[in-house]
Unconditional design. Structure first.
Lengths: 101, 101
């Protein structure tokens, strides 16, 4: 399983971020071909320190080939452009391979 | 679902890290009470840049109460001490709440 992990820093306006994320981005991300699942987690603030990240999202794909196909798709370009319209500078991406535990 | 997310930076000796992680730490982490799943992903290096992280691990718990109980358990103390014996300075933890997508 190949994962596209998106780590988001704290947005200046969380309510605006949430609105854009759920009302536009999630719908577009789900249309990317080969997406098996989209998992979203909210990072909880620590007791003493502000959270380094605000949110993590994981898009999962069956294998490297389907991931490559997905990344080249027009649906991915559209989802990426949408994300940059409200989360540019807030998001970092990591690609990962899930291992059996 | 409450998640304990561990992000690991690149170890100096990956083979040594892998040996300690899989032969000692995973066994101890699985014994922490209330652990529903342990998911491990290897971060893939980017085309042009070294990966910011080496590995991500997610321990999942049913809810905040079972997470709190787990964190106070002797099994968690043992797993944590073990982790610090080979990954001190390499690992950062984030607590997160998974949201429905």
């Amino acid at each position: 399983m190949i994962q596209l992990i998106a780590l988001f820093q704290q947005p200046a306006d969380p309510a605006e971020f949430e609105k854009s994320y759920w009302e536009t981005h999630v719908l577009l991300a789900k249309k990317i071909p080969g997406v098996i699942s989209l998992e979203v987690s909210k990072i909880l603030p620590g007791r003493d320190t502000p959270a380094k990240y605000y949110q993590m999202a994981i898009l999962s794909f069956a294998d490297k080939d389907s991931f490559k196909t997905a990344m080249k798709s027009p649906e991915n370009a559209e989802a990426g452009a949408n994300l940059m319209s409200f989360a540019a500078g807030l998001v970092e991406f990591h690609t990962a391979e899930k291992v059996a535990v």
